[in-house]
Write a new protein. Structure first.
Length: 339
């Protein structure tokens, strides 16, 4: 039984159930499953999973309105992406639009922005709050190291259209540098308590995250560095959760799919700090090159829903990683992307 929304928000929910169903149907028709012309990513469009939504608990594919209704009833909706896939951001924007129309306006917490960006956001709000491209320019998005503004633009356009609060959610560059230098032990005790970093991850949770770090870095890092990256990722997950909690419900998080995993990422820290809140985790995943099915048990551990899309490319990810490393060596440090 949900007890997390205010009484007024609950009344809004009940009053709009009919309109909600109609809008759900409209959104469900926006991108028909398998209609390749609707997708920006070119590869894997003929995979039968493309455009379909998998309910990990039911272990069955469901209609779009099932996901939307579950998201509508949640306090926090976590939308996990592959950063460079434009289709993921377009679908995230549709979910945001639905939530903004059907209930209390959610706060949009964004992994790609940090506290250093808050003055820039404030300046944008004070001068051009209806100009979404001015927002991208104000926060110097295209110099940040994240994929181009144009593919993230639908997410922010949805927020601007509905005048949603935008909350920087990531660690600052100074915090990141300090964390790399000192580890978790260097975090002030009061901050560590607020972030609910204790108890540590279990051995199984830590190894799961370590395996993801190794895979994400193509085995090109020492184990000592893997341990450090696991700790950094833990603090980043806890910090993303903190961004949602400090603004209250409802809230939407835009982050990498690894950050929205229920078993060891942001949902874990939300549950520690606000167990009464209802969280829905959605991962936008590209279909695999060989058409192999994902492990149902693993998907159920990680997410509530998986929304499948085509792939951006079939380039060797490790070759891409080598190129990224080379670029990082050639430019000053910036915001750090996550999983």
């Amino acid at each position: 039984m949900r007890t997390s929304r205010s009484a007024s928000a609950e009344r809004v929910t009940c009053a709009r159930l009919g309109a909600c169903a109609l809008l759900s149907f409209a959104l469900a028709c926006a991108i028909p499953a398998g209609e390749s012309g609707s997708w920006e990513s070119r590869l894997g469009r003929d995979d039968p999973r493309v455009g379909r939504i998998y309910d990990t608990h039911a272990r069955a594919y469901v209609e779009r309105d099932v996901l939307l209704q579950r998201a509508h009833l949640a306090d926090f909706v976590l939308l996990g992406e592959k950063h460079d896939n434009a289709d993921h951001h377009r679908l995230q924007a549709e979910v945001i639009q639905f939530l903004a129309r059907e209930g209390a306006p959610p706060t949009l917490a964004v992994e790609m922005l940090d506290e250093d960006d808050r003055p820039k956001l404030d300046a944008w709000r004070a001068t051009q709050p209806e100009n979404v491209d001015a927002l991208g320019e104000m926060v110097e998005w295209d110099a940040s190291g994240w994929p181009p503004w144009k593919i993230y633009r639908p997410v922010f356009a949805a927020a601007v259209a509905h005048q949603l609060p935008i909350e920087p959610a990531n660690l600052t560059r100074a915090d990141m540098a300090h964390l790399h230098a000192t580890g978790i032990s260097g975090i002030a005790p009061d901050r560590a308590r607020r972030l609910a970093l204790d108890p540590p991850l279990t051995a199984a949770q830590r190894e799961s995250l370590a395996a993801e770090v190794r895979e994400g870095h193509c085995g090109m890092v020492e184990e000592s560095s893997v341990r450090e990256m696991v700790d950094v990722q833990r603090v980043r997950d806890a910090t993303l959760a903190d961004a949602l909690l400090r603004r209250g419900v409802p809230g939407v998080l835009i982050a990498g799919a690894g950050h929205v995993r229920k078993d060891r990422a942001v949902p874990l820290y939300l549950a520690r700090r606000a167990p009464e809140r209802h969280v829905v985790s959605v991962a936008f995943l590209e279909v695999s090159k060989n058409g192999a099915a994902d492990d149902p048990a693993e998907l159920e551990r990680a997410y509530d829903f998986v929304w499948y899309t085509p792939r951006v490319d079939d380039l060797d990810p490790c070759e891409k990683f080598r190129e990224q490393l080379q670029k990082l060596r050639q430019k000053p440090p910036g915001r750090t992307a996550g999983f």
